[in-house]
Design a protein around this ligand. Structure first.
Ligand code: NAD
Ligand code: DAU
Length: 355
């Protein structure tokens, strides 16, 4: 297969491409504009493969995207490019509207034009897989409720509203134009190559530097964590075996409150990085409760039974095994995250609100 991946220099996109190149014989074209979140270093393990290529392009640039699609002739487009950080969407929603909504629209139109040129059997087997989030469902308040594929949309933040809009566009292009689309909605990912401003890498790195570990509000919000390599396997399964027009929820069956996550990381660091910054007795002493995120969603939890029953996908990592691997990876890969911290745009955001 020839797979065009958008956003392949990001956290999940790079895990997906590493998975495809290492475990299949497919060709991949990675299209990414290399925003602050895009990092080609995350693709070093597979960058020399003849089956991998990269083009620096903005998905909002219609002419260039159409040209790239026509030259590459994909069998499948997997669309991950997005602005993805909720806090940034609160500080400045414009980029989120542009990339997540206008960018998805632009890509859909380019894909539709290309798909209309295909002849059978390629036309029927073509897939446009849109990668989305559980945040489109808003939050859960009961302790047993789960998001299913039919949970109504109720996004809370500019980020989740822009992703919800993009999901609606994708489904409309399927229903109106017949474009063979699939949508997947996933819970919080974690693992290697995670950008250092998201909770888990932020806490690991700040702890190693002896800096405050900012916990929003009382840290009672709950997220359902999935190891990124499990998500990459799920995405490839959905793209290759999923039913056209279907939605698949993907989750880790790992519900944890934020404070539990931060405390688990501190315990792992006690074991794996016992030589602490000078003057620090316990990593957990760095925990600092800070002002809450506006509109902060309380609880996310995914019912992933459909993807298990229809496509036989299950996560392989528990939170305990995945978090240990993640902490070990950050301890062994200082250079990857230190070069991100060394760029001036990032330094000002690390530990935002921690004073
Ligand atoms: P990320 O921010 O790490 O990566 C996004 C990538 O998209 C970056 O490489 C960036 O350069 C690229 N990009 C941004 N705007 C672009 C544009 N206009 N044109 C081309 N490329 C552009 O994000 P991520 O965490 O890897 O998330 C990937 C996708 O998965 C997103 O669509 C996100 O909504 C979704 N998702 C993320 C999670 C999560 O926990 N991180 C969970 C569920 C779904
Ligand atoms: O649920 C899927 C979503 O998960 C994806 O769609 C998003 O792209 C991804 O960024 C992630 O969103 P979150 O907002 O849940 O992730 P983040 O790592 O920013 O925050 C996780 C939780 O931790 C959230 O409840 C806010 C809290 N938090 C976050 C930061 C950065 C803190 O308490 N302190 C922090 O410094």
């Amino acid at each position: 297969m020839r797979i065009l991946v958008t956003g392949g220099a990001g956290f999940i996109g790079s895990a997906l491409i590493r998975h495809i190149i290492s475990n299949t014989s497919d060709d991949v074209l990675n299209i990414d504009k290399l925003s602050y979140a895009g990092n080609l270093d995350s693709l070093t393990p597979i960058a020399s493969s003849e089956r991998y290529s990269f083009q620096k392009l903005d998905i909002c640039d219609s002419d260039s995207i159409k040209k790239a699609i026509n030259v590459f002739q994909p069998d499948t487009i997997m669309h991950l490019a997005a602005e993805s950080h909720v806090d940034r969407s609160i500080d400045g929603p414009a980029d989120f509207i542009q990339t997540n909504i206008i960018g998805t629209y632009t890509l859909l139109e380019a894909a539709r034009e290309y798909w209309n040129t295909l002849s059978e059997p390629r036309k029927t087997s073509f897939r446009f897989h849109h990668i989305s989030t559980d945040e489109v469902f808003g939050d859960l308040h009961g302790s047993d409720d789960l998001f299913t594929e039919s949970t109504p949309y109720a996004p809370s933040s500019p980020y989740s509203a822009s992703k919800a809009s993009s999901d609606h566009l994708v489904r409309a292009w399927q229903r109106t134009y017949g474009l063979p689309t699939i949508v997947s909605n996933c819970s919080n990912n974690y693992g290697p190559y995670h950008f250092p401003e998201k909770l888990i890498p932020l806490v690991i790195i700040n702890a190693l530097k002896g800096q405050p570990l900012p916990v929003y509000g009382e840290g009672k919000q709950i997220r359902d964590w999935l190891y990124v390599e499990d998500h990459a396997r799920a995405l490839y399964t959905v793209a290759t075996k999923g039913k056209v027009s279907a939605t698949y929820n993907i989750g880790g069956h790992n519900e944890k409150s934020n404070i539990e996550v931060v405390e688990l990381i501190c315990s792992l660091l006690e074991e794996l990085a016992p030589n602490k910054p000078k003057g620090l007795s316990m990593y957990r002493d760095l925990i600092s409760f800070v002002e809450d995120r506006p509109g902060h969603d309380l609880r996310y939890a995914i019912d992933a039974s459909k993807i298990k029953e229809e496509l036989n996908w299950m996560p392989e990592e528990t939170f305990e095994t995945g978090l240990r691997k993640t902490v070990e990876w950050y301890l062994e890969n200082h250079q990857w995250w230190q070069s991100i911290l060394d760029s001036s745009y990032q330094i000002e955001r690390m530990g935002k609100g921690s004073q």
